[in-house]
Design a protein. Structure first.
Ligand code: FAD
Length: 509
């Protein structure tokens, strides 16, 4: 057991943690960051390459003996490993998250979507929306290196047939579509197709990590923070809970090995503590600390307003659409539909039905890159969450539970059914029941949000109510749903919070 003292401690290295670390180090502050997953870049990338979707190795999966992805073949391993994609299973919901330095940026699809202004206002009534549109969203996009797929490339590459078919089918059903920016470099992708560079997005890499092409956080925010010389990252450091001390906080840490076994215990004392373990991780740390660390001053809202961003995975079986010609489908020489045997893993288009008040949704047109034509259209539909769930702590198992029942996802399922029915009516096809019972997967969560909400559990800048020098700048701040893929919003909110914290609490302008 060792004890250390530091000034500024950041727990978690996803979007919230990376933004906090960059801005603090740029303000001249030394920062120590703790991450429970691996630093995938260390020792020359010893634990890489990351796995593709078809032949995953044990570095694909966080401490389980088989892969846990929603619709891919299951692979089994001899040994558990601190792999990059975790699935946390709760009673009615399975939450996915990235593990390692870079957090969710290591495993996500890279879609950098700005929410609807009106919905952002509805979700955050006390924030200055124009300030976000003028400053924080553009800043987040710049730092994250967001780019857009060139129209001429999109129009002709076989790797985006699935997206073009998805768009034209949506139009036929009367829906509007949008092209979605991404952090994956489309210059790189074009070179992949030309066989000029090693393939990544075009070689079925994404949820188990991308070996090339994606500008994940270790190449953007975290790289810049490390370059200041003031950031030190400790990987395989899993925080259990923390406690208030005379001068700040004592943080109790398990140091683990790559099989997840605890090899050392540490207490790290800090003055300023930044919780950025993601919606689930941060809420869990707070609730565990309330129980084990006797931190009883938290606001009563802690654990409330949790949601899955209205996520639902759904699909359409297109076999009976085989003889329908899809309009504008230039590469479709044999007049059949289908989504193509070649598919990029990086989604770039969405169906935007947000303005329909009765059925507001945003559907990501998702790839299903199996390497063969599977005649299946896949969508990740994102919805409002009118009845959010809650997170509570169960001391008997030293873990949280997510209280998530039918009432919490009823709206989401209804919207997905409406969407799929309309698509099938216009284009042919049936719900893809082979993939999920009933073809709708409301128990899948890629976008956990909330639990320690801005303006409720914290003040309007992420300062935790009831305590001093205790901050949150991650997805836990966003209540239940933001209506689009969330990391751009999480980054923008983190930028906004940390600016105020550095200016006022650190007196650095
Ligand atoms: P995270 O990025 O989850 O970071 C939290 C970090 O804290 C993690 O690295 C974690 O290992 C660490 N941690 C947790 N607990 C502890 C602890 N106790 N001790 C130490 N460290 C800890 N969003 C989009 O906007 N676009 C997309 O295309 C997209 N696709 C996705 C695809 C998948 C498969 C998944 C899983 C998510 C996707 N998301 C996408 C969601 C997005 O990645 C998350 O919303 C985002 O990463 C959340 O950021 P965060 O900073 O709140 O937390």
């Amino acid at each position: 057991h060792t004890e250390e003292n530091v000034e500024n401690l950041v727990i978690g290295s996803g979007y919230g943690g990376a933004v906090a670390a960059l801005r603090l180090t740029q303000a001249g502050k030394k920062v120590v960051m703790l991450e429970m997953g691996l630093d995938w870049e260390k020792e020359g990338g010893k634990y890489k390459p990351f796995s593709n979707l078809i032949t995953p190795k044990n570095n694909s999966t966080w401490l389980k003996k088989s892969t846990q992805a929603p619709m891919m073949n299951i692979a089994h391993f001899n040994k558990k490993f601190t792999g990059v994609l975790d699935r946390m299973d709760y009673e009615n919901i399975k939450v996915y998250a990235g593990r390692g330095v870079g957090g969710g940026s290591l495993v996500n699809g890279g879609m950098a979507v700005q929410p609807k202004k009106s919905y952002f206002k509805e979700i955050f009534p006390n924030l200055n929306v124009d300030e976000f549109w003028d400053n924080y969203f553009p800043l987040a996009k710049k730092e994250l290196q967001v780019n857009e797929i060139p129209e001429d490339y999109y129009a002709q590459t076989p790797y985006y047939k699935f997206a073009r078919v998805g768009e034209s089918e949506a139009h036929k059903a009367g829906f509007e579509t949008v092209r979605v920016p991404n952090v994956y470099s489309f210059d790189y992708m074009k070179k992949e197709e030309g066989d000029e560079v090693p393939k990544s997005a075009l070689a079925k890499e994404v949820i188990y990590g991308n070996n090339h092409g994606k500008q994940s956080l270790e190449k953007t925010y975290l790289k810049k923070a490390i370059q200041t010389g003031l950031l030190h990252i400790n990987d395989l450091h899993r925080v259990d809970y923390f406690q208030e001390t005379e001068n700040g906080y004592a943080v109790f840490v398990d140091v683990i090995d790559t099989e997840g076994l605890v090899v050392a215990k540490k207490t790290i004392n800090c003055k300023n503590l930044f919780l950025n373990a993601g919606s689930i991780g941060t809420t869990k740390l707070l609730l565990t600390s309330r129980y084990k660390g006797k931190m009883t001053n938290f606001d009563a809202s802690l654990g409330n307003d949790w949601g899955n961003n209205g996520n639902i995975m759904t699909g359409r079986n297109m076999v009976n659409t085989l003889f329908n010609r899809v309009e504008n489908e230039t590469t479709n020489t044999n007049h059949t539909t289908g989504t193509g045997s070649k598919q990029s893993t990086i989604p770039v288009s969405g169906i935007d039905n947000w303005e329909d008040k009765e059925h507001s949704f945003f559907a990501e047109i998702s790839p299903l890159p199996m390497g063969v034509e599977v005649y299946t259209a896949l969508y990740l539909v994102i919805n409002k969450v009118p009845t959010p769930g809650t997170i509570s702590y169960d001391p008997t198992v030293n873990d949280i539970q997510i209280n998530w029942e039918k009432k919490n996802y009823k709206h989401t399922v209804e919207n997905a059914k409406y969407f799929i029915k309309k698509m099938n009516k216009a284009n042919g096809g049936t719900p893809a029941g082979l993939l999920w019972k009933g073809a709708y997967g409301p128990d899948i969560c890629y976008h956990p949000l909330g639990g320690a909400v801005l303006g409720k559990t914290t003040d309007l800048y992420g300062r935790v109510k009831g305590y001093k020098n205790l901050y949150i700048t991650d997805g836990a701040l966003v209540p239940a749903s933001i209506g689009v893929n969330p990391f751009l919003t999480i980054t923008a909110i983190a930028e906004y919070c940390i600016k105020e914290i550095i200016k006022n609490d650190y007196s650095v302008s």
